[in-house]
Design a protein around this ligand. Structure first.
Ligand SMILES: [Zn+2]
Ligand SMILES: [Zn+2]
Length: 306
């Protein structure tokens, strides 16, 4: 309850019922200023009577729901011949057996590696001043913060991913993720636990540092950010590039077309969400980038010869 009452906006006379909707009705009577989502949220914390458990369960369920919820449409699309023409590596449709093998490892890692870390999240968030109460922040605040996290995470991801492609790290850590040279949605988190922790830090630790510095972050913003980031990662592994895919409208957005080449070629295209790091560092992958590189080299040589 501490977290909810901390900002003084919630009426304290609410917990005489012990069912979720009983609490919801009482809370609604005394807190008409809250919208329905804020009431559901506040009721959850009041009902649980244990903030660590309340955040932990909510985080884990959210992660599973978003991860598999977003992967299922891709599994269905794989079964529909109409979509084959949009598949980046044409003939390489993953079999159900492959997808099931991948799912088993992903679930195992969710329960053994991610669950204990999710449990540490609430105390860590609280100690750095993250807000878990109601009302929620304005959507504009959330949108700006999420955009900043996208840019920072992409930078972290680019350099760490590049590091993972160095001999020792590749052989011992990152090789697992490259088992599928034609990726599919579910393979987004198919990786060594060390990789999950290092690359996951870009998603979780960056907002925590942000919170420490600015003292302005709500855990809901964190959830929305993680949801967006999961969508980005799963879609990047989907193996499909549609005419309506985001990078056709936002040329700096990486998307599946960018990451699929990384899995196919094993080299280049290290960034997660955007294309600028690979462009600036000259690590773009694929035949088109190789052609441009060759042309640049020839132009340089011709200039030297003059
Ligand atoms: Zn890689
Ligand atoms: Zn990948």
């Amino acid at each position: 309850m501490d977290s909810l009452l901390a900002n003084g906006t919630l009426n304290a006379t609410l917990v005489s019922s012990d069912t979720y909707f009983g609490i919801y009705n009482e809370l609604s009577k005394y807190n008409i200023q809250l919208n329905i989502f804020e009431r559901l949220w506040a009721t959850w914390y009041a009902y649980m009577q244990n903030d660590v458990l309340a955040t932990g369960i909510m985080s884990f369920v959210m992660h599973e729901a978003v991860y598999f919820g977003r992967s299922i449409p891709w599994i269905i699309i794989d079964q529909i011949p109409y979509f084959n023409k949009y598949k980046l590596q044409g003939a390489k449709i993953p079999t159900m057996k492959e997808q099931w093998t991948c799912t088993k490892l992903v679930i195992l890692s969710h329960f053994t590696v991610e669950l204990p870390q999710i449990w540490l999240f609430h105390p860590m968030a609280k100690s750095c001043g993250m807000d878990t109460g109601v009302p929620f922040p304005a959507w504009q605040t959330m949108a700006i913060q999420i955009a900043i996290f996208f840019v920072l995470e992409d930078t972290w991801h680019y350099w760490m991913h590049r590091l993972f492609h160095w001999g020792f790290f590749y052989k011992n850590i990152h090789k697992i993720h490259h088992q599928y040279s034609a990726p599919f949605g579910l393979a987004a988190e198919y990786a060594s636990p060390i990789e999950t922790m290092v690359l996951g830090a870009g998603t979780v630790i960056i907002p925590i540092i942000w919170c420490l510095v600015t003292q302005n972050l709500h855990v809901l913003t964190m959830y929305l950010w993680i949801t967006c980031r999961l969508f980005q990662a799963i879609d990047a592994h989907s193996g499909y590039d549609f005419p309506w895919s985001l990078h056709h409208f936002l040329p700096f957005w990486a998307g599946a077309e960018h990451h699929d080449v990384h899995h196919e070629q094993f080299i280049g295209n290290y960034a997660s969400s955007f294309r600028w790091w690979d462009y600036v560092m000259d690590t773009e992958s694929g035949p088109e980038a190789a052609k441009k590189r060759r042309e640049r080299k020839q132009a340089k040589l011709a200039k030297k010869a003059q």
